[in-house]
Design a protein around this ligand. Structure first.
Ligand SMILES: [Zn+2]
Ligand SMILES: [Zn+2]
Length: 186
């Protein structure tokens, strides 16, 4: 999946004008809030890990894929494909979904399926080190991140130990999606 030189340079321009703290979900400026939930991760570490994971599935980091990763890192919640496209005006629509699938297969992107029309995408937790849970609205499909609380994590760890002991299963991590109605749909 080669990216044309023209496409690559336009994506580089698009990416250069975006920084993780300035892109809102809808592509508008959102300077303060995006830093609140996501702890800044060592940039070099994530970039290296993204490249390594792509290499491990026989793919490489193209301009379009780097742009998608940048947009997802900046977002405060998992994004739909249309939201991703809206955040990077020069992202090629035709290849964006295909690139998301490649990023998902490489373990870089995690897909959250809701009963809304569009699935949502976020960077894998083991990449960002940002463990969190989701509030999933079963009416409008909105998905919000909520930080994991120390109290919940501790009580869950005890429960998981118990389950592992009684089933012989080895739990490596967990995902919690609270499903219900968001503020707007309540
Ligand atoms: Zn809703
Ligand atoms: Zn948790």
């Amino acid at each position: 999946m080669e990216t044309s030189a023209r496409e690559t340079s336009s994506v580089k321009r698009a990416v250069a004008s975006l920084t993780p703290s300035t892109i809102g979900v809808d592509g508008t400026l959102d300077v303060v809030a995006s830093r609140q939930l996501r702890d800044p991760v060592d940039d070099g570490h994530v970039d290296d890990a993204v490249s390594a994971r792509l290499t491990s599935v026989g793919q490489r980091l193209t301009g379009n894929r780097a742009a998608i990763v940048t947009i997802l890192r900046a977002a405060r919640r998992p994004l739909t494909l249309p939201e991703i496209l809206a955040s990077g005006s020069e992202l090629a629509q035709s290849s964006a979904y295909r690139n998301l699938v490649v990023l998902e297969q490489a373990g870089i992107v995690h897909r959250i399926v809701t009963n809304a029309e569009h699935a949502r995408f976020e960077l894998a937790e083991d990449l960002t080190g940002n463990h969190h849970h989701h509030l999933v609205c079963s009416v409008c499909g909105a998905v919000e991140d909520v930080p994991a609380s120390a109290h919940l994590e501790a009580s869950l760890a005890a429960t998981v130990d118990e389950i592992d002991r009684s089933t012989g299963f080895t739990t490596e991590h967990h995902r919690i999606d609270l499903v219900g109605r968001c503020r707007d749909c309540a």
